[in-house]
Design a protein around this ligand. Structure first.
Ligand SMILES: N[C@@H](CCC(=O)N[C@@H](CS)C(=O)NCC(=O)O)C(=O)O
Length: 217
């Protein structure tokens, strides 16, 4: 992969900063040591014809390189991992893929659901009825994940692309104390977030939000 550009939103409100899924792609690129440039699309521009030629659903992230255009954060992280043994060790390919799908298909949905209730529909009457059930679903997943981690520092013992997806999924409920209720999980997230590549990715994403912040009237 050469001449890589990653598309993210030029600005999002503070509750979403550090959660937008281009963070995963930046993190994977940082871990792989692949240089990239940032490209920005305004939230209001995402459904324009021009942008939808890049992403049919008008979303981020998009990765462009000399090899073509990729969408879907999981697929993009996978494509990067294919080029980097550190992210997908040859002896752990199927296991890495399994946990990548696990992060995206099994763990992220209930966490994202709670994020949507609490952050995107905050204060709406219906969420009061739904929330307790949503929290139970999250706890079920967190408990199982914590049990799996047991004495592992990372999902597969060593750091892989699956940890990038899992950590960024767990961050969707950073506005709650739910992860902190599971000390192993809490330590896992902190361990992953302490990686220099994560910090560099977050710094890049945040720097651009600061630069693009709306000017107060
Ligand atoms: N499954 C997609 C989801 C992408 C997604 O939901 N992106 C959000 C930002 S994190 C987005 O672009 N939202 C705009 C919208 O829903 O219109 C992926 O993992 O790339």
């Amino acid at each position: 992969m050469e001449k890589i550009a990653v598309w993210g939103f030029s600005w999002v409100p503070p509750f979403a900063q550090g959660l937008v899924r281009d963070l995963r792609v930046r993190w994977a690129l940082e871990e792989a040591g692949l240089p990239y440039e940032s490209r920005w699309v305004g939230i209001e521009e995402r459904n324009t014809e021009a942008y939808r030629r890049k992403h049919p659903f008008g979303m981020v992230p998009v990765l462009e390189s000399s090899e073509g255009t990729l969408i879907e954060s999981g697929a993009i992280v996978y494509a990067i991992a294919e080029q980097c043994d550190k992210l997908m060790h040859p002896g752990l390919r199927i296991e890495t893929l399994t946990w990548m799908f696990g992060a995206l298909n099994t763990v992220e949905p209930p966490l994202w659901n709670l994020f949507v209730l609490d952050q995107l529909h905050q204060g709406e009457e219906w969420t009061k009825l739904r929330r307790a059930g949503a929290v139970e679903e999250v706890k079920l997943r967190l408990a199982a994940l914590s049990e799996w981690l047991d004495d592992r520092d990372y999902l597969l013992g060593r750091f892989t692309a699956a940890d990038i997806l899992m950590t960024t999924a767990l961050r969707f409920i950073r506005h709650t104390d739910l992860v902190a209720e599971f000390p192993l999980l809490d330590a896992y997230v902190k361990r992953c977030e302490a990686r220099p590549a994560f910090r560099a990715a977050l710094r890049d994403q945040m720097t651009d939000y600061v630069r693009n912040a709306p000017v107060a009237a």
